[in-house]
Ligand binder design. Structure first.
Ligand SMILES: Cc1cc2nc3c(=O)[nH]c(=O)nc-3n(C[C@H](O)[C@H](O)[C@H](O)COP(=O)(O)O)c2cc1C
Length: 272
């Protein structure tokens, strides 16, 4: 079922919605748009038609077209501001003990849920680990896996000094979540072909939103490695039936401010 309705009193029949519909399911009879009934089930509810309509004539989910937030181009960040924001973000590995308030995390998630998803599936779910007891319990499981690898001849064990990582943990130093007061996880159904990509994009958007709000983040690769391979860890974190965690990120207030942008490799671009 399509969720789109057209207000024929204000529609001028300009045809922009038809041209912009990614699924090609809007058709015009004269100057009147409608969703072709036989294709209605193909509507992905992306809202492009309502977003692009110059006359505010398209509503989604039966709501008033005027209820969609207007985009004021004057308050959008400039190209330079976006570029600086992306280049100035750093992975933070030293956090203040100040907890991140629930309403702040919720607001960041509410920004990140606008990230693109394959077919507008919007299947990404979020888990926030934020109590010291839960953070410790989960970290212990990651450390158990790292301890297991440290005792093996896995090449990663030497490269990442897993034995030292375990020793540090036993001496009170957390090199998994770096003492972050919260860890943000994204999950999606294993059956969804783009689950991993959707989860990574959502967390990337969360990352940039968090940076712009004065928070620090860092991807948790060691956690993800353990999650993939260590069943006790997988069992330790609830996830909806059929879903799997594809992304993990530390979150907290950074101890330091970064003042310069470190160099990065030149981009390798193949022009064709
Ligand atoms: C998928 C992924 C996993 C990562 N895992 C970790 C991690 O477990 N621990 C850590 O300290 N940094 C981790 N990082 C952060 C990278 O080391 C960091 O992005 C890189 O050194 C560049 O630094 P920058 O993010 O400040 O530009 C990870 C980054 C990515 C993208």
């Amino acid at each position: 079922m399509s969720v789109i309705t057209f207000d024929m009193k204000s529609c001028t029949g300009c045809g922009t919605c038809e041209k912009d519909c990614p699924m090609g399911i809007i058709e015009f009879t004269g100057k009147s748009p409608s969703i072709q009934e036989k294709h209605a089930s193909s509507c992905i509810s992306c809202g492009h038609c309502a977003s692009v309509c110059p006359c505010e004539s398209i509503a989604m989910d039966g709501s008033d077209p005027g209820r969609l937030d207007n985009i004021n181009p004057e308050v959008l960040p400039s190209a330079e501001q976006m570029s600086l924001g992306i280049r100035a973000r750093r992975s933070v590995r030293s956090f203040r003990t100040t907890p991140v308030q629930e309403n702040i995390v919720t607001s960041l998630v509410n920004t990140a849920r606008y990230a693109p998803t394959s077919g507008n599936s919007q299947l990404v779910g979020w888990t926030i680990i934020r109590t010291p007891g839960e953070l410790r319990r989960i970290t212990e499981h990651v450390i158990d896996y790292i301890r297991f690898l440290a005792a093996s001849d896995d090449p990663a064990a030497a490269a990442y000094r897993f034995a030292d990582m375990v020793k540090d943990w036993e001496q009170g130093q957390d090199r998994i979540f770096r003492g972050a007061p919260a860890v943000v996880l994204t999950h999606a159904p294993l059956s969804h072909g783009a689950a991993a990509v959707d989860c990574a994009i959502a967390l990337t958007c969360f990352d940039l939103a968090a940076f712009s709000a004065g928070l620090g983040t860092c991807w948790c690769g060691f956690f993800m490695m353990a999650y993939r391979n260590w069943e006790p860890l997988r069992k330790a974190i609830p996830v909806p039936e059929g879903h799997y965690y594809f992304g993990a990120m530390m979150l907290g207030y950074p101890s330091y401010k970064y003042k310069r942008i470190p160099p990065r490799k030149n981009a390798v671009i193949n022009w064709m």
